[in-house]
Design a protein. Structure first.
Length: 136
C-alpha cells in the first residue's frame, strides 16, 4: 500500500475568479458569471516540499509552466457549486501527489515464464521460416 503525506490547503493561497461559462445558457448567458477559475501557485504555497516536487513533476495540462494550477469549473449553474467543485478537483489533484508509491522490488522471472517465452520465440521463428521460398 502507498504511504500518504498529510497536507492542508489554506484558503488564502487559493484564488478564485468568476468568469462567464461557455455553451448554451439562455437569456442569462451574457449577464451572469457562473463559471469559476481557480488558481493555486504550487511554489508559493505551504505544502510539504515532497508534494510540491511531485506536483511540479506531473504531466498535467492544468499545471502551467510557472507552476500554477488552473482549474476551470462550469458544470453547474450556480457559482457556489462550481467553486466547490473546483476546490474538490484541486484537493483530488494534491491528494494524488501526496500518496507516495511503494518502490518496486525486482524479482526474477519464473522458470515456467522463461520456458513460455522461449517456446513462443521458437514458434514465431518457424512461422517466419515457412514464409521463405519453396525449394524444388
Amino acid at each position: 500500500m502507498s504511504e500518504k503525506i498529510p497536507f492542508e490547503l489554506r484558503e488564502e493561497e487559493i484564488a478564485f475568479e468568476a468568469i462567464r461559462a461557455q455553451g448554451a445558457g439562455g437569456q442569462n448567458v451574457n449577464k451572469v458569471s457562473n463559471a469559476v477559475h481557480l488558481r493555486f501557485d504550487i511554489r508559493a504555497c505551504s505544502l510539504p516540499d515532497a508534494i510540491k516536487a511531485r506536483l511540479l513533476a506531473r504531466r498535467d495540462q492544468r499545471i502551467t509552466g510557472e507552476g500554477v494550477i488552473v482549474i476551470k469549473a462550469q458544470q453547474h449553474r450556480s457559482l457556489e457549486k462550481n467553486r466547490a467543485e473546483a476546490l474538490t478537483r484541486l484537493h483530488a489533484l494534491v491528494a494524488a501527489a501526496a500518496s507516495v508509491p511503494r518502490p518496486r522490488r525486482a524479482t526474477r522471472p519464473t522458470l515456467a515464464s522463461q520456458q513460455r517465452r522461449l517456446d513462443s520465440k521458437q514458434r514465431r521463428g518457424q512461422v517466419k521460416a515457412l514464409r521463405g521460398r519453396v525449394h524444388d
